[in-house]
Write a protein that binds this ligand. Structure first.
Ligand code: SAM
Length: 287
């Protein structure tokens, strides 16, 4: 079979199927032959492993995953790609394509049904218009997966993988670190895609933690994080007062009890700081 990541082969397949790219669905397909094997390898796809892929496109990455893993289940929203995938994945009997919007799927159920007895990882070149919602769904749904290896915009990768408490950190950094340990693996230039997007990309790997690194009410933790970063340049006392709808005196008392300086900024706080504030907010109740 011809190399699927070869640009000539891809053009030929797409033109035979009369396929036109949908910008709205974030369709930038990988055409750099070195990226998919590297990404598939980094994802942990191997014997005894089931891989959940999101957005297989024409199946370039899927192809690599099928060669390494016991089983691959790929969720694709665009039904025009189904006949293309039938052709490009014809040689594999360990792959299943599910036509659905990943944000609407019950992924815990899918994993239980499709991967019994297998260790599970996620590997995807994500549609960038839904990067954060997809990553947060994968983490919040508490899926029984070991790691999530995804291609995202370079800026999103840097933000997610920034150290918590650093200038580059944001709400997404703190949120991801509540569930996982993020690692920035390697950059991918815009020219590696067809059509080429305006921005560069990067592959990140999220090692899913068995439990959160801090103990507090999850709901309160995320309420505090959201409120704190709503006005990230303001001091924490002001952003929490606005974001939590509490008066200044109540917030001052909350921060004192949590041991967090009134004039700190959200980006300077650690996970423990956010958890302490959450604990003071709920009186130590963890549910
Ligand atoms: N994996 C392919 C590659 O690397 O060449 C394609 C990646 S492309 C950036 C994103 C893919 O996600 C497209 O195939 C697009 O149709 C699909 N997609 C977009 N929104 C989706 C959604 N909500 N659920 C599932 N797939 C989606």
């Amino acid at each position: 079979m011809k190399r699927l990541s070869d640009i000539g082969t891809i053009r030929d397949i797409l033109s035979r199927h009369g396929f036109t790219f949908s910008k709205a669905l974030g369709q930038n397909f990988l055409v750099n032959p070195s990226v998919c094997p590297r990404m598939a390898e980094a994802s942990g796809a191997s014997a005894g492993v089931g891989v959940l892929e999101i957005g297989p496109g024409i199946g370039v990455l899927t192809n690599e995953l099928c060669q390494l893993a016991d089983k691959v289940v790929a969720v694709e929203l665009d039904k025009r790609l189904l006949p293309v995938l039938d052709e490009t994945l014809a040689e594999y009997d360990n792959v299943k394509i599910i036509r659905a919007d990943v944000l609407e799927l019950d992924l815990n159920r899918l994993i239980a049904e499709e991967f019994p007895g297998l260790r599970v990882v996620v590997c995807a070149n994500l549609p960038y218009y839904i990067t954060s919602p997809v990553i947060m769904k994968l983490l919040e749904d508490r899926l029984p997966v070991q790691a999530i290896t995804v291609m995202v915009q370079k800026e999103a990768a840097q933000r997610i993988c920034a150290p918590v408490g650093s200038r580059e950190s944001g709400a997404v950094t703190v949120s991801v670190n509540y569930y996982a340990e993020p690692h920035l693996l390697f950059g991918v230039s815009a020219g590696s895609f067809m059509p080429a997007p305006k921005v560069d990309s990067a592959v990140i790997r999220l090692e899913v933690l068995p439990q959160p690194p801090v103990q507090c009410s999850e709901a309160a933790f995320f309420r505090v994080v959201k409120a704190a970063f709503l006005q990230r340049r303001k001091v924490i006392a002001n952003s929490l007062s606005a974001g939590l709808g509490l008066d200044k005196a109540a917030v001052a008392d909350l921060l004192t009890r949590a041991g967090v300086p009134q004039n700190a900024r959200a980006e300077q706080l650690t996970l423990d700081d956010f958890a302490s504030i959450a604990n003071q907010l709920t009186g130590g109740q963890h549910e």
